[in-house]
Design a binder for this molecule. Structure first.
Ligand code: NAD
Length: 547
């Protein structure tokens, strides 16, 4: 069955609020967007949009008939109830993959999944706001820009980055690196995945083997030209090989699906045998995957020792490698403490929107609106221009940029005005990744090394979901295990719909103020001075600080 979101300005649901949820659920499963739509898998290993096809059909049916004073409840991808609420309440509330602490492990999750009781929601898969690889592109672009700023004088020109994984998220790496002027060598074990990134122009070239790849990237590094080259192979074998050959590498990271040992291919196992082997012998496979991850991280540490900039890109590779016997796995930092936390202190994070019309002209118009709204933000302007030129849309046309507290609501309100004035041909949805300033507890990633040691405190994402629900978001979700895997994260998402109405404007103003506001108060609470300054500048009310 092929699923694709409806386009145009004709409703199939009762209002744009529910039509938006319907189109975004369907958009998540569009073959242009989803990694394995036939299995309802959107991205990130096994991140799904609905539990099974019967649940998908039932959710579709519910959203088509849902009234604007009703709320649909979705429990790990299955619709379980519709309640009478009110027009300010979310139209959909979702909870995905949540397990009680002592049970929060992959084996227990899989046991329950096999019983048909749960589903892995990743972050934006089960919360219906995945927009293809572009979603991660901005975050990856920001991260590599920060690496360039920290170590290489503001540009990656003349540098070589080695990484692995060309999946839904990892596929953004080569383009993010070339957008920053650098050279990328990306190892991917699945040729089909690599070819897909070539087709969408995220990857420039595919080398025939490691020799060929090294030749191409070394030349580009010498010439100072931006180039990305993919090579088919296993990272646990290719990285040690690059180290042995003495290839001069400046930056090393990784985006294989290491958060789930069954989604990381162990050395010596073929792509063809992968899924069968993993499902027949999960324990043996896990052990082999962890051993390979230890080899992989061992090579990354080798590059670290030679002076390269090495960071973990939020996939739990260090954690799994440690379980596989690599004692020094945590010698290099995660990308959030290394580069992103100062942005989080200002409530800055991923702000994304999609044109429900399906018309790319609507995104071009909103791009112009962003440039007009924030003319002094040079990095933002550069990104929006480059994205307009380089990013191929997948599914409904969409855009993402990073905006902070005091900015997001301005963009949302402007989009709503544009819908009301007929400057856009249909409403837009505005949402975000869960990887945001105040919406996630994830000690190996977003909340790694918090100043006050509060890394594992998960009250914040729960408060985030509650405040977004109270503020008028159209759908709100609470997930467990996204990004870094079971037992390692709790996170929340929200999506608003700019349908051009006065009510939507009031909701958007509140949600897009309070949602990034959670990032500010979370970092004030943890003792970050930069967040305190932002709170003071904008008058964010924080009781025990307001004297
Ligand atoms: P994905 O499953 O779509 O892609 C992973 C890719 O890694 C696949 O193409 C797979 O073939 C490849 N791979 C697996 N084992 C390999 C090996 N040994 N050698 C070479 N290639 C191998 O996953 P994704 O959506 O791209 O996400 C990748 C990881 O990044 C996940 O762990 C995800 O949780 C994490 N993630 C990070 C961020 C972030 O902000 N840094 C955000 C979201 C997700």
């Amino acid at each position: 069955m092929t699923v694709r979101a409806a386009r145009g300005d004709k409703l199939t649901a009762k209002s744009w609020q529910t039509e938006a949820a319907l189109r975004m659920l369907h958009n998540n499963l569009d073959p242009e967007v989803a990694e394995r739509p036939e299995d309802l898998v959107v991205y990130g290993g096994t991140g799904k949009a609905a539990r099974d096809w019967a649940s998908f059909a039932a959710i579709t049916q519910c959203l088509t008939t849902l009234d604007d004073d009703e709320t649909l409840l979705v429990q790990s991808g299955k619709p379980v109830g519709v309640f009478r609420t009110h027009e300010w309440a979310p139209r959909v509330l979702l909870a995905n993959s949540n397990l009680v602490g002592d049970w929060a492990s992959w084996p227990e999750f899989r046991r329950l999944e096999r019983l048909g009781l749960t589903m892995y929601g990743q972050m934006t898969a089960g919360s219906w706001i995945y927009i293809g690889t572009q979603g991660i592109l901005q975050g990856t672009y920001e991260t590599f820009a920060a690496v360039a700023e920290k170590r290489f004088g503001g540009s990656l020109k003349g540098t070589l980055t080695v990484t692995a994984g060309l999946g839904g998220m990892g596929g953004a790496q080569p383009l993010a690196i070339t957008m920053n002027g650098g050279v990328a060598l990306v190892v991917e074990c699945d040729a089909q995945r690599a070819r897909r990134r070539l087709e969408t122009r995220y990857l420039d070239e595919l080398a025939s083997d490691v020799d060929d790849a090294v030749r191409r990237v070394s030349q580009a590094k010498k010439d100072g030209t931006a180039l990305s080259v993919g090579v088919i192979g296993n990272a646990a074998e290719v990285l040690p090989e690059l180290l042995r050959r003495g290839v001069e590498v400046d930056i090393v990271t990784d985006q294989t699906s290491a958060h789930d040992p069954l989604a990381y291919l162990p050395a010596g196992v073929s792509v063809e045998d992968w899924h069968d082997y993993a499902s027949r012998k999960p324990d043996e496979f896990t052990e082999r995957a962890r051993e390979s991850m230890a080899e992989h991280v061992g090579a990354m540490l080798g590059f670290l020792d030679l002076g390269a900039e090495v960071f973990d890109y939020g996939n739990s590779l260090r954690g799994e490698a440690k379980l596989g016997g690599c004692a020094r796995a945590f010698d290099y930092p995660g990308f959030v403490p290394a580069y992103i936390r100062p942005l989080f202190c200002a409530g800055k994070g991923p702000f994304r929107w999609a044109a429900l019309s399906g018309d790319p002209a609507d995104i071009a118009a909103t791009d112009r609106a962003i440039l007009e709204l924030f003319p002094d933000n040079a990095a933002l302007s550069r990104w929006i221009r480059l994205a307009g030129e380089r990013v191929a849309f997948q599914g409904l046309p969409a855009r993402i940029c990073w905006l902070g507290y005091g900015e997001r609501h301005l963009a949302g309100l402007r989009f709503n005005e544009m819908v009301a004035a007929g400057e856009l041909s249909a409403p837009v949805v505005i949402g975000r990744d869960h990887l945001d300033a105040g919406s996630v507890a994830s000690p190996y990633r977003e909340t790694e090394a918090m100043a006050d040691g509060s890394d594992a405190i998960a009250d914040w994402p729960l408060l985030n979901a509650l405040v977004n629900t109270a503020s008028g978001a159209t759908w709100v979700s609470i997930h467990h295990g996204g990004g870094v895997g079971m037992g390692r994260s709790i996170h929340a998402g929200q999506v608003c719909v700019a349908d051009g109405s006065a009510l939507a404007a009031r909701k958007i103003e509140r949600v897009l103020t309070n949602d990034p506001g959670m990032g500010v108060i979370r970092h004030v609470d943890a003792g970050y001075e930069q967040a305190v300054r932002v709170a003071e500048e904008y008058g964010v009310q924080i009781p025990m600080r307001d004297h």
